[in-house]
Design a protein around this ligand. Structure first.
Ligand code: FMN
Length: 187
């Protein structure tokens, strides 16, 4: 059983991409090979980062909670809407708080938009972010164009394409996570 953390980066009122985070949570949990923790950044009310967690004299409880989940995770998924051709500022702000938590982690990206592009720019930028934090970006990415139409509010797929891509994503991500987890056992 692999421990998976989903870091979901939209805090906007009326956010639609929460459907994508829920869909990923469900498909991974349904695999029977993963215990999944969804970190919803909105629930933590993080301020704009002035100091990284490792430098804080009095760490915020929220950050310690997130740090523990990330540290224990065998694999991580970043889920973000596309905002102005990139991922959300809230996701970047959260990522910036942490350092060693990312080290050698396999990280996959999932993006969503309300139009036909499906968050392709957000996904590309998240993969670059993953390289910057000393983690491994999974090549296969999951995009949800017209997210409000293809997933219901609980993250259930409403069309065949979304269902198929979710299953492929789960298979690829668990393979990627397992490969890196097995190598770490030799350390
Ligand atoms: C500030 C802002 C910028 C956006 N920029 C883009 C964009 O560059 N490309 C795009 O496809 N959708 C863009 N959108 C639309 C979002 O993809 C859309 O709101 C979608 O539902 C996912 O975001 P949400 O989770 O906040 O709803 C933008 C939305 C906001 C609020």
């Amino acid at each position: 059983m692999y421990k998976i953390a989903i870091l979901y980066g939209a805090v906007r009122k009326g956010r639609q991409s929460l459907r994508a985070a829920k869909a990923v949570e469900k498909v991974l949990a349904a695999s029977g090979s993963a215990s999944v923790a969804l970190i919803d950044i909105k629930e933590h009310g993080l301020q704009v980062m002035e100091e990284r967690l490792k430098d804080m004299a009095t760490p915020l409880p929220s950050l310690l909670t997130i740090s523990k989940i990330l540290t224990e995770a065998d694999g991580i998924v970043f889920v973000s809407p596309e905002y102005n051709n990139s991922y959300s500022g809230a996701l970047k702000n959260t990522v910036d708080y942490f350092t060693k938590e990312w080290h050698h982690k396999p990280i996959a990206v999932v993006a969503a938009s309300d139009g036909y592009e499906g968050g392709i720019n957000a996904s590309n930028h998240m993969q670059l972010l993953i390289l910057a934090i000393d983690a491994y970006a999974m090549p296969y990415k999951l995009l949800f164009p017209y997210v409000q139409n293809v997933l219901d509010e609980e993250g259930n797929p409403l069309d065949e394409r979304s269902e198929r891509h979710l299953k492929t994503f789960a298979k690829e991500f668990l393979w990627f996570t397992e490969a890196i987890a097995n190598r770490k056992k030799l350390d």
